[in-house]
Design a protein around this ligand. Structure first.
Ligand code: CA2
Length: 144
C-alpha cells in the first residue's frame, strides 16, 4: 500500500513562523514521524509540498494507479480551489482532507472547504496529530 501526502501553500513555513497558531513542529518533523509509522505498518508513502495550485492538481491526477489513498492539507487552497476539487473528484483515489487548526473555529472564510464534499472525510484541529490520525484512517480505508 502506498499513501500520498500532499501539502499546500506556505506549509513549508511550519515551525518557523506563527508558532502560536501552527505550533513549533516543522513539516520535515511530521514527515519523519509519518515515515516511522509507515515503516511500522509496512506501507510506503510519498510526502510533498507545493506553493502552486497547478502542481498539486498534477500530483492528484498522477496518483491514479500509484497510490491507494491521498491525504491532503490543501492549506489556503482549501477555501478557494475548484481546480483541486475537480481533480480529487476525477482521480478515483479515496482522499482524506486534513488541517492542523480547527478551520470551523477560525475566521468565517475558513469555514468553507471547496474540497470537503469530494473527500472521504475531514480531520481538523489536532495540530500535527491530524496527520497521524489521517494515516490511521488511510490504513482503515484500505482494510475495510
Ligand atoms: O490549519 C491548517 O492546516 C490550514 O490548512 C493551514 C493554512 C490555512 O490557510 C488553512 O485555513 C488551515 C495555512 C498554512 C500556512 O501555514 C503557515 C505555517 C507557518 C507560518 C505561516 C503559515
Amino acid at each position: 500500500m502506498n499513501i500520498l501526502f500532499l501539502n499546500g501553500p506556505n506549509l513549508n513555513l511550519l515551525g518557523q513562523r506563527q508558532p502560536e497558531i501552527y505550533g513549533q513542529t516543522t513539516l520535515a518533523d511530521i514527515e519523519a514521524k509519518l515515515r516511522e509509522l509507515a515503516a511500522e505498518a509496512g506501507v510506503t508513502m510519498d510526502f510533498r509540498q507545493s506553493n502552486h495550485e497547478g502542481e498539486l492538481v498534477t500530483w492528484i491526477q498522477q496518483a491514479h494507479g500509484k497510490f491507494a489513498v491521498i491525504v491532503i492539507n490543501a492549506a489556503a487552497y482549501t477555501h478557494t480551489s475548484v481546480a483541486l476539487r475537480d481533480a480529487i473528484s476525477a482521480v478515483a483515489v479515496p482522499t482524506i482532507e486534513i488541517h492542523l487548526s480547527n478551520i470551523h473555529a477560525r475566521e468565517e472564510f475558513r469555514h468553507q472547504s471547496m474540497i470537503a464534499a469530494v473527500c472521504r472525510g475531514q480531520i481538523a484541529g489536532f495540530g500535527e496529530q491530524s496527520y497521524y490520525l489521517a494515516f490511521k484512517a488511510a490504513l482503515q480505508l484500505k482494510s475495510s
